[in-house]
Ligand binder design. Structure first.
Ligand code: HEM
Length: 263
């Protein structure tokens, strides 16, 4: 018997509702209902594409920060007065018209928000992927496409996050740095990296950051749609150069202290 279009859709809808009821009965898992009336940015963020965009945009903010921070740190090779002066300059940005440290705080809050969104998007994308494929791949994955950096994104991300917590306690708050004196950046750096286990921990964490940046800066172009065979060699070069420059720039400071070049 040939059914009309309306009959088909009602029959299908009924079958769908039956399936959903069965799923609740069988597994106890609630079937998510589409939510109406949410603001557009939230609706977008709830999709996998939206989360990837959030990762890309917050990733770019993070890349800008690490690059600027690495360049700023290189002042330590010029001597104590230069790096201390640089720290002071950051606090005095746009003062006047704004009060001292105001711009620095705006940047800090922007950075904290970006880091929090980056982590949340990464975490919820992982959950989404697991729900979509609860059984792991049975065969070996295509490890040519998924290289070392892309397979270790979660681990390098966690290492960088743990490093960041320690780093703030060490060089911003001074809690874990016995030789810490507020405002004396060079002295704090030397007091920290003179202890070689600390210097080595910084070097390892910044190599992990480099691996993370390499894959991140490569895949962010994929997310924004710049993915074609003509552009890909350029993307690869950019990712390599960016990751290497940032990593070498950062680790040069603990190495400089250990080598006695920074004192
Ligand atoms: C060897 C590598 C690094 C060195 C030598 C270094 C050095 C410093 C120093 C001296 C400060 C304190 C500045 C001040 O109080 O004026 C600082 C703050 C900070 N660093 Fe690093 N850093 C390194 C790597 C990193 C990395 C990889 C990240 C991020 C992933 C990072 C994030 C931060 C943040 C968020 C602050 C606090 C900034 C603020 O309070 O406004 N650092 N760093």
């Amino acid at each position: 018997m040939v059914r009309t279009r309306e009959e088909v859709s009602t029959a299908d809808q009924r079958a769908e509702a039956d399936d959903a009821d069965r799923l609740v009965k069988d597994t106890g898992a609630p079937v998510p209902k589409p939510r109406r009336g949410l603001p557009l940015p939230i609706t977008f963020y709830r999709s996998a594409v939206g989360k990837k965009w959030v990762m890309a945009v917050t990733g770019v903010i993070g890349m800008g920060f690490v690059f600027a921070h690495m360049i700023g740190n290189l002042h330590s090779f010029e001597g104590a007065s230069q790096i201390n002066h640089y720290g002071e300059w950051l606090r005095e940005l746009l003062d006047p018209p704004f009060p001292r440290s105001f711009v620095l705080w705006v940047m800090r809050i922007g950075l904290i928000t970006a880091v929090a969104l980056h982590i949340h998007a990464a975490y919820s994308l992982t959950i989404m992927n697991r729900r979509a494929r609860p059984v792991r791949y049975q065969s070996h994955r295509d490890y040519v496409a998924a290289n070392f950096a892309s397979r270790t994104m979660r681990w390098t991300g966690v290492i960088v996050l743990l490093f960041l917590v320690y780093h703030l306690l060490d060089l911003s708050f001074g809690t874990s740095n016995p030789g810490f004196v507020r405002g004396e950046v060079q002295r704090n750096l030397v007091a920290s990296f003179e202890q070689w286990p600390v210097a080595i921990a910084y070097i390892v964490a910044n190599v992990a950051l480099g691996v993370h940046l390499y894959h991140g800066s490569w895949s962010l172009f994929q997310t924004v749609g710049w993915n074609n065979p003509r552009l890909n060699p350029l993307r690869r070069q950019f990712a390599v150069v960016f990751a290497v420059v940032v990593t070498v720039g950062f680790i040069s400071v603990p190495i400089g202290v250990l080598a006695g070049v920074i004192e």
